[in-house]
Design a protein around this ligand. Sequence first.
Ligand code: SAH
Length: 372
Amino acid sequence: MSIHTRTDIAESERGELEHTLERLGHPRFHARQIFQWIYKRGITDFALMSDLGRDLRAQLAESCVITTPVVDGQERSQDGTVKFLLRLADGKHIESVFIPDEGPAGSTGAPRAPRITFCVSTQVGCAMKCAFCLTGKMGIVRSLTAGEIAGQVRVLARELGFLDTRFNIVLMGMGEPLHNYEETMKALRILADEHGFAMSARRMTLSTVGVLPALERLATEPLMPNLAISLHATTEDQRDMLVPINRKYGLKELLDACRRFPLKRRERITFEYVLLREVNDTPDDARRLVKLLHGIKGKVNLLPLNEAAGIPFERPADDRVNHFARILADHGVTVSVRRSRGRDIRAACGQLITESPRMAPGARLASLIPNR
Ligand code: SAH
C-alpha cells in the first residue's frame, strides 16, 4: 500500500478506528486497546503494542500511521510554565503551553492535587486580527486537523509525565477554535473517549471571539466544553476596532447568543477582557460592562495587556486594573484578574507566534509572513 492511502489513526475517533479494523479483517474491540496504547501510554509504535497479535501489528504498520507532532523546542519560565514549539508533518510550527498551577490554595489548607492545564492551538496563525494580539499579526497559515489538536495534548502529557494525571485543556493557544469548528470538535471527542484520555468536558474550555453561526452550533453539541468569550470592549465601535469580527457579528448579537447559550446548574460563561491603558480601562467601561452582562450567568476574567513590540497598546497600571475590578465586584459581577504566566518566555496570552528557534532575526521576520 502506498503511503498516500495509509490511514492516520491520530485523526480517527474510536468508531472510525473500529471501521478501519473491520476493513483489515479484525474485530472492532482492538480499537480500545489501540486507543489505550496511544493515549494512556503514549505509544505510537505498533510493534510495541504487545497485546495485539503479531499479524495485526504487521498489518497496522503497513496500512496505518499515527502522526504525532515533534518537539522542536522547549522553554521553561521562572514560574514553571513550559512553552513547546511543535513541528507538524508539513513542517509548519505551532506552540502549546503547559501551565502548572493557577488555582488558589485550598481554603482548608489541606493538601490539594496540583492543577495542570495545557493551552492548545487550533490553527497555525489566526485570521481574526485582534488589534492587541501577536498571533493575529501572523495571519492565518492553515487550520489544524483534529489529530494535530489532540496530538498537542498527547505530546505534552507524554513529555511532562502526565499521561496518568488529570489535566485541563484550554483552547487558548494560536487560532480561533470556532473558525475551525469540525476539527476542533472532533479533537474534543477524541480527548473525551473513555478508552483514551477520558477527559470530562468540564475540564475543557473553548475560548472564542464569537463566530456566531459556529457559536449557535456549539450550543447544540452533546459534548459541551466550558465557554469563554473574548469580549474586550463595551461599545460596538470600540469592539469593531479591537476585535474586527465584531463588524460582522456585533456585540449585541453576541451577548444575545450568550443569553441563550445552554448552561447547566452552576455553570457560567467566562468573559475575557483584555485591559488596554486609556482605551477600554475607564470606570465608564467597567460600568458599561456591568450593564452588558446583566441577565447572563457569567464571570469576568480581566487580562492586563501583555505588551509586545508591534502591539500599539500599553498595559494599565495595577491600581487601574484593581479599580476596574472593584467596580465590577461592587456591582455583583464575579471578577478575577489573570495572573500572566510565562511572560518571560513569551508564552502568555496573545504572545504565541511561531518562529524557528534557530532562525536568524531576519528569517524570523520573514517567517511571520504566511506563505501562500
Ligand atoms: N481566538 C480565541 C482563542 C485565543 S485565547 C479567542 O480569541 O478567544 C487567547 C486570549 O488571550 C484571548 O482572550 C485573547 O484576546 C487574549 N489576548 C490576546 N492578545 C493578548 C495580549 N497581548 N495580552 C493579553 N491577552 C491577550
